[in-house]
Design a protein around this ligand. Structure first.
Ligand SMILES: Cc1cc2nc3c(=O)[nH]c(=O)nc-3n(C[C@H](O)[C@H](O)[C@H](O)COP(=O)(O)OP(=O)(O)OC[C@H]3O[C@@H](n4cnc5c(N)ncnc54)[C@H](O)[C@@H]3O)c2cc1C
Length: 184
């Protein structure tokens, strides 16, 4: 009997899960459901008309050599600094972020020339923050799913690591788990 596995979310975790599911010796039918218009989730590059490429999520791998020397530099700002601004009800203007990024680059990397191109993008709550007790909650959820034999497997940045590598591995582990449960 053919089995169907539904993968919810086409970010890197869901895509990794799909990849491993369809490569199984006896692959199930895989249905990927993605809420947005594109795949990739937080992994997203945008290119302006003038050719400049910006990463809105993790940095892409840039070529070495002359082209690499013109690599775009990403500055991530956030944490308590942003929280303090928000608490002070300050307007979160693009110029404010750009200035803070340039100051950080000047102080930490010694790069004082302003960038020829820049893009400021505000993503709130874009990287999951694991709070105290995260692993116990995760363990309890896994136990609950197992005890009730629920056909649900969790994967993605919210659970066992936020890096792209973690997410790919989490998708792979989820696929392995599903295939084992389906005896495929
Ligand atoms: C600004 C930024 C910079 C980063 N930099 C790095 C870096 O340099 N190196 C690194 O290793 N990691 C980095 N990360 C972390 C890493 O990119 C993310 O943790 C990872 O891409 C998350 O992948 P994901 O598939 O788990 O989740 P997501 O990318 O969030 O994908 C989830 C997908 O599910 C979809 N979805 C949500 N709800 C539903 C629903 N109900 N139905 C259907 N679809 C749904 C969403 O539309 C989305 O496409 C960065 C993250 C950010 C935001």
């Amino acid at each position: 009997m053919s089995r169907t596995v539904v993968v919810l979310g086409g970010g890197i975790s869901g895509l990794a899960a799909c990849y491993h599911l369809i490569r199984a010796p006896r692959p199930p039918k895989v249905v990927l459901i993605e809420a947005s218009q594109r795949l990739g989730g937080w992994i997203r590059s945008v290119q302006r008309e003038d050719g400049a490429v910006f990463e809105l999520g993790p940095r892409g791998i840039r070529p070495a050599g002359e082209l690499g020397a013109r690599t775009l530099l990403m500055v991530m700002l956030g944490g308590s600094w942003l929280q303090a601004l928000e608490d002070g009800e300050q307007t979160l203007a693009q110029e404010l972020f750009q200035q803070a990024a340039q100051e950080a680059v000047a102080t930490q990397l010694g790069l004082r020339k302003p960038p020829s191109q820049s893009l400021v993008s505000l993503h709130k709550s874009c990287i999951p923050q694991y709070t105290l007790g995260h692993w116990q909650r995760l363990e309890a959820a896994a136990q609950f799913l197992a005890n009730h034999q629920l056909p649900l497997t969790l994967a993605g940045a919210s659970y066992e690591g936020v890096s792209v590598n973690d997410c790919i591995e989490s998708g792979r582990r989820a696929a392995t788990h599903v295939l084992r449960n389906l005896d495929l």
